[in-house]
Every structure is written in structure tokens, then in C-alpha cells.
Design a protein around this ligand. Sequence first.
Ligand SMILES: Cc1cc2nc3c(=O)[nH]c(=O)nc-3n(C[C@H](O)[C@H](O)[C@H](O)COP(=O)(O)O)c2cc1C
Length: 201
Amino acid sequence: MTKPLIIGVSGASGLIYAVNALKYLLAADYTIELVASRASYMVWQAEENIRMPAEPDQQELFWREKAGVKTGILNCHRWGDVGDNIASGSFRTLGMVIIPCSMSTVGKIAAGLSSDLLERAADVQIKEGKPLVVVPRETPFSLIHLRNLTALAEAGVKIVPAIPAWYHHPKTIEDLVDFVVARALDTLDIDCIPLERWKSS
Ligand SMILES: Cc1cc2nc3c(=O)[nH]c(=O)nc-3n(C[C@H](O)[C@H](O)[C@H](O)COP(=O)(O)O)c2cc1C
């Protein structure tokens, strides 16, 4: 059986990135362990005027409804439960993608802080030498943000900023979002998104 992939959703703008990542991963029958930070609840409220449920079972239904997918295994975790399974190095994973990733989460991971389950799971991926991918969303980046991102890159973390490309002729917002999600998953060699890739003429 394939090992699970952890998806972290932090309180950065662009929850659609997380929704689309789930849509494709679950449709491709991946097992997902999802942890959404406390601040991400506020972003759901601001971006979609929606209250995300905190109970894991209800949250699973919530994400499934948003992503429009019934397949795959989705386990949601409470943001404060730092004793949950994904907080342990003995929990085997394919790695973790934090999408979208706030500058606060970048800074805390870079400093080795694990003040919630998302940060602890990320810290564990690094200490266990497992793949960790962050999709930072902020603009402009301050020198502090750049230093923290550099510290993560030095620790082997893949930085895949939420920056779309235009060479694949995007026509919709979904096309722009999917490009970023696909490039993030590419770093884990997961290819489950129908994406027109670059071809030289
Ligand atoms: C609507 C909204 C949008 C936000 N967008 C961003 C963002 O794009 N990038 C960012 O770094 N922080 C953003 N923030 C601020 C973070 O949510 C805040 O720093 C929070 O403490 C992050 O906590 P977390 O990293 O634990 O999720 C946003 C906050 C709100 C309410």
C-alpha cells in the first residue's frame, strides 16, 4: 500500500491551491493526512465566507465537498493535537506539502519551532530526511522571509512559490492554480494533474 502524503494548509491566501491539490491526489487514490492551521480557518472565512468545521470527520466531508471527490483516503487532524500520529517520526509518509504556506509557518519551521501540529509534522519530515515541499504565498518578500526560505532550502526543503507560468496558455483561474499545484507535486514525482507541459517548437 502507498504511504500517506501529509498536506498542511496554513493561513496564507489561496486556499484554492489546497482544494485543487486534494482534488487530484484523492482522485488518483492517494491517502492524505491533512492538517489545517488555526489561521487557515480565518482565511476560509475571509476568502469564501465559510466556517470550516474543526471536528476531523466533519472536516473530511467539508474538504471532499470543496474538492468534489469521493475517492482516496482523507484523514483530517486537529491543528492543536501535537500528540497525533503525524507528529511522530515513526509515522511513515511519502513526505509533506504545505500549500499554501504562510510566512509565519516558514519562519517557525526555519527556527525549529513546533507550536502546532502542522509545524511539528514539518519539523519531523526534516529530521527524518523525508521530502518537505512548501508553497509560499506572500508578496513582496521581506529580507526576513527570504532568509527563512533560504534556511529551509539549506535543510533540503523544496520551495515552490505560488507563481504561475504563462507558456501553457492558461485560460482560467483553475489553469493557473493547477500549474502551481502540479509543479509542487512534481518535486515528489507525483504526476496526477492534466497539465500541458513545455514543448519547444
Ligand atoms: C485573509 C487572510 C489572508 C492572509 N494571507 C496571507 C498570505 O498570503 N501570506 C502570509 O504569509 N500570511 C497571510 N496571512 C496572515 C497569516 O494568516 C498569519 O500570519 C497567521 O498567523 C499565520 O498562521 P499559520 O502560519 O499558523 O497558519 C493572512 C491572514 C488572513 C486573515
